[in-house]
Write a new protein. Structure first.
Length: 278
């Protein structure tokens, strides 16, 4: 039987599904607020902080602002292969956030039982950079620009905290995110002695910001980046933008895990509201 919009039966069915849809939206909204509320309460209790009052947001770069990790992974695999070192794309994702030197030393230690020499590091990183620049496209993540502009419009400070030293990406920040990043609000591989998961990158950004730890929120996508931010005492979003999965980000210590930047953008106001309520 075909039901027309002006039939009583259609109206009844339409009303029923409208009620169900409305209730579902309310349920999802309440669940989101509960999720934020619980994660904030746990964060405050674990760190003995008085509140979570975001005045700045620290962004990782690869996998958060740029969809660049597949190219990084491929470049690392090819560069290591050229040096007869077994290395998989999975390892590249798990090592995301480390400095290049640290990544190379880890691969050498596993393969040869020693760290790489300075010449070996230089050679491998040059190979990796060449492969990356030959293959990569500096494509921003969906909603990255909208997220950055929205946060800026609210008067919050924005910092970049990346383990990368890839100049093609760092130099593209101004092109893709105009007016957001300057050298004064960036921490890269060239600014630290210890890369992620060491807390130094985030502690340096915190010092630059002039804020307290409970006044900062971190946006990360990698386990080592999450560990770095948590070791610095910062509330950390994990974005599941790679192949590692939600569980890996939770185990790394993310306070909350979302699917991507778009979901972060859509839920940001709910998150801030829950910060105010604590």
């Amino acid at each position: 039987m075909c039901i027309k919009k002006n039939d009583n039966s259609y109206s009844s069915i339409h009303s029923f599904f409208s009620i169900i849809s409305t209730k579902s939206i309310i349920f999802v909204h309440k669940n989101r607020n509960l999720m934020f509320s619980r994660s904030i309460q746990h964060f405050l209790k674990s760190n003995n902080y008085p509140s979570l009052s975001p005045q700045a947001v620290f962004f990782d770069m690869d996998g958060v602002l740029f969809d660049s990790m597949p190219f990084h992974a491929s470049a690392w695999v090819q560069a290591m292969r050229d040096m007869n070192i077994p290395f998989t794309a999975f390892e590249a994702y798990m090592n995301e956030g480390r400095t290049g030197d640290s990544t190379i030393d880890g691969a050498f230690m596993r393969t040869y039982g020693r760290n790489a020499t300075p010449d070996e590091k230089q050679k491998i990183y040059k190979l990796k950079t060449n492969y990356f620049e030959a293959e990569s496209k500096t494509t921003p993540m969906f909603f990255a620009l909208e997220m950055l502009e929205y946060i800026k419009s609210k008067g919050l400070q924005i910092f970049l905290v990346t383990g990368s030293g890839q100049s093609t990406l760092i130099d593209s920040l101004q092109l893709h995110f105009p007016g957001i990043f300057t050298k004064e609000n960036m921490i890269t591989a060239y600014d630290v002695s210890h890369g992620k998961p060491h807390p130094e990158p985030y502690l340096k950004a915190l010092a630059k910001s002039g804020l307290q730890a409970w006044e900062v929120v971190v946006i990360e996508n990698a386990p080592l980046g999450i560990q770095s931010a948590k070791a610095a005492g910062l509330y950390t979003f994990g974005l599941d933008t790679g192949p590692l999965g939600v569980d890996v980000l939770h185990i790394a210590g993310a306070d909350i895990v979302l699917t991507n930047v778009e979901e972060l953008y859509n839920r940001w106001d709910d998150f801030i509201l829950n910060c105010i309520k604590q």
